[in-house]
Design a protein around this ligand. Structure first.
Ligand SMILES: Nc1ncnc2c1ncn2[C@@H]1O[C@H](COP(=O)(O)OP(=O)(O)OP(=O)(O)O)[C@@H](O)[C@H]1O
Length: 310
């Protein structure tokens, strides 16, 4: 189990993270979300032991994670950290990069393991290619395979699929996250992408103003977003008097409804249109199954299909 106790950290004078405390159970999948600059990457680096804390402690079971003041070599064998820069060996092949930390004593097993890893990240076809010739997305997948090569106990991923195209992203994400669950690898992911969270994360930590302002399941956060920053992670939303935060999918056009708005624009979104309309002199957004004519008046109501939980 990972335990973060009262962590405070500053790069310079002002702290960027203040008195953070949380636990992550073995095998759990936790996401860290928050605006750009809220400290997600820094928190992962601190858990990895890359910096010294100003205050507080981090433990993996009984081992205290210590920074460079106490360790000559950064990091611990049982933790892998995949940063946004991939840190690969450009002039060697994909296979050699992935096998870099694997023992050479058992060449047959090593080869099989590399094959298994390249299957997970879908790179078998470029196994002999030099890394410098790969695209950004392919490099990210090599880095991912290398990070999981020795089955760490804890893996820290910083926006792990950010460079990967949408064709691959869905299957890759499924394969990688399922692999962690199967191997009971604890995983902490800093992400801006709700697709990394929904359906995969057991819990989400929300960073705001240097602190964790929510620590809950994706379902509870989605159903009951207490703050705009949480709602905005999941969908377009509005703040309406007497309702509070209302997602775009919680507004329904209905002839007999009492609220009225004037349509400004319809945006095609695939399965639906996102409609921008003016209500009480402010823009509101809602989902609708067809385009609506500009300047038409629509009656709408707020409906919430799910009961909110805390
Ligand atoms: N090496 C550094 N030295 C000084 N300040 C830094 C350093 N790295 C990050 N910061 C600052 O710390 C704060 C948190 O940065 P961090 O990269 O952890 O945020 P983030 O939430 O991961 O952002 P993003 O989502 O854009 O990756 C920012 O104000 C950033 O400018």
């Amino acid at each position: 189990m990972l335990q973060v106790k009262n962590l405070t950290f500053a790069y310079n004078h002002d702290s960027i993270l203040r008195e953070l405390s949380f636990k992550v159970e073995a095998g759990e999948h936790v996401s860290i979300i928050g605006a750009s600059g809220s400290g997600k990457s820094s928190l992962l680096k601190l858990i990895y032991g890359e910096f010294d804390l100003n205050d507080g402690q981090i433990f993996w079971n009984d081992t205290e994670i210590l920074g460079p003041k106490f360790n000559l070599v950064t990091g611990y064998d049982f933790i892998k950290y995949l940063s946004q820069e991939f840190d690969l060996m450009p002039y060697t092949s994909v296979e050699e990069n992935v096998g870099h930390y694997l023992s050479n004593f058992f060449p047959k097993e090593k080869k099989e393991r590399i094959k298994e890893l390249l299957e997970v990240v879908e790179l078998l076809d470029v196994s002999q290619t030099k890394v410098k010739l790969l695209s950004g997305g392919q490099k990210q997948r090599v880095a991912l395979a290398r990070a999981i090569a020795k089955d760490p106990k804890l893996i820290l991923l910083d926006e792990p699929f950010s460079h990967i195209d949408n064709f691959k992203k869905h299957t890759l994400r499924r394969k990688v996250f399922n692999y962690f669950k199967k191997k009971n690898i604890t995983c902490i992911v800093a992400t801006h992408d709700k697709e990394d969270v929904l359906g995969y994360s057991d819990r989400v930590l929300v960073l705001l103003d240097k602190q964790i302002i929510a620590n809950n399941t994706p379902k509870n956060l989605f159903k009951n977003p207490k703050l705009p920053i949480i709602a905005s992670f999941f969908n377009e939303f509005n703040i309406l008097d007497s309702y509070g935060i209302v997602y775009a999918h919680e507004i329904r056009v209905s002839k007999n409804a009492s609220l009225q708005a004037i349509v400004k624009q319809s945006f095609f979104r695939g399965k639906y249109y996102l409609i921008e309309a003016v209500f009480n002199k402010e823009s509101i957004f809602f989902e609708h199954d067809s385009e609506l004519p500009e300047n038409s008046i629509v009656n709408f109501e707020v409906f919430r299909s799910q009961t909110n939980e805390t």
